[in-house]
Design a protein around this ligand. Structure first.
Ligand code: ZN
Length: 307
């Protein structure tokens, strides 16, 4: 579970995505017909979505941050609000399916690895996205949120398919939590031959209650068991690369590495700063396991290497 963010300046990114929806474009013929519907949706929003005395417009709902979306969702639930079918169809089948700027959206978030599982790449090609967009608040249930930027999370096909219409409790747009506060990986040894037989290793996930349902519904505990070979590699690397050797590499090849973090990444094969977990698959798992191993073997924390 990796948080995601629009890059700065955030407001410009969201504004430019909003412009790409073409809701305010002047046009003729068919385009003019399309312009009438957003006005009807806007009227419906202002009449129904009034929170703490404020009536929310359609553009405000599209651009609303995650906390506001949660308040809007609560309002919809509390009042059993249902959009008329023609507006619901327009939201889902026209605005989301046809007009939503998927590639620009994914590019703006710079998501390249699925933030739900941290296992699969979700990169774009020149004109297409290779990921699914998960509606954190399900679009069939909350069609008014179908194109709200902070309701959409680029995820791998597996996670989207597995989540389906199930409700999970943590959104990667929810800025209240950091990955390390919510989640920790560990491993256990089942047999003496664990260095040669990956089946003798098991992976454990410790989760905070905020993401319990995410881990269960996405079946991450079961899925991660396939990665015991990576754990085995971590154990062997921790045995091979003692700190003195890493320091030797750092001084011997100092022109090769911009930072010690880069040296770490090359030796251990992954990013280890929390903000960078989303750049490469399994970063969170390998960081947790290597950190534990190094603490165990050398009584040191790898993070101290950057000193
Ligand atoms: Zn995934």
């Amino acid at each position: 579970m990796i948080p995601i963010h629009f890059k700065n300046p955030e407001v410009n990114t969201v504004e430019s995505l909003y412009c790409k929806l073409g809701l305010t474009k002047k046009g003729k013929g068919k385009q003019e017909d399309l312009r009438k519907k957003p006005q009807v949706v806007d009227d419906w929003c202002k009449a129904n979505l009034i929170i703490d005395g404020k009536a929310y417009s359609f553009p405000e709902i599209i651009k609303a941050d995650f906390n506001t979306l949660t308040r809007i969702r609560q309002e919809i639930d509390a009042n059993n609000l249902a959009m008329p079918d023609d507006l619901k169809n327009y939201m889902i089948n026209t605005l989301y399916e046809i007009r939503f700027p998927r590639k620009e959206f994914v590019d703006a978030l710079e998501v390249t690895v699925c933030p739900y599982c941290n296992r699969n790449f979700v990169n774009s090609t020149f004109d297409k996205t290779m990921c699914d967009l998960d509606h954190f608040y399900e679009k069939s249930e909350y069609p008014v949120l179908a194109i709200s930027f902070y309701n959409l999370i680029p995820v791998c096909h597996y996670c989207n398919h597995t989540k389906s219409t199930n409700k999970i409790t943590y959104s990667s747009h929810d800025g209240r939590f950091k990955t390390d506060e919510m989640l920790a990986f560990d491993f256990h040894i089942r047999g003496m031959d664990f260095l040669y037989d990956k089946q003798q290793l098991g992976i454990e996930i410790y989760d905070a209650k905020e993401i319990e349902s995410n881990i269960d519904i996405l079946k991450l505990r079961e899925l991660y068991q396939i990665h015991t070979d990576v754990v085995q590699e971590c154990i062997k690397k921790a045995m091979m690369f003692e700190p003195g050797y890493l320091n030797y590499l750092a001084s011997e090849y100092k022109d090769l590495f911009a930072t010690k973090e880069e040296l770490y990444r090359i030796v251990f094969g992954n990013y280890y700063e929390e903000e960078e977990y989303g750049k490469r698959p399994l970063s969170k798992m390998t960081t947790d396991i290597l950190r534990d191993l190094m603490l165990l073997c050398y009584s040191m924390d790898l993070r101290d290497m950057s000193d």
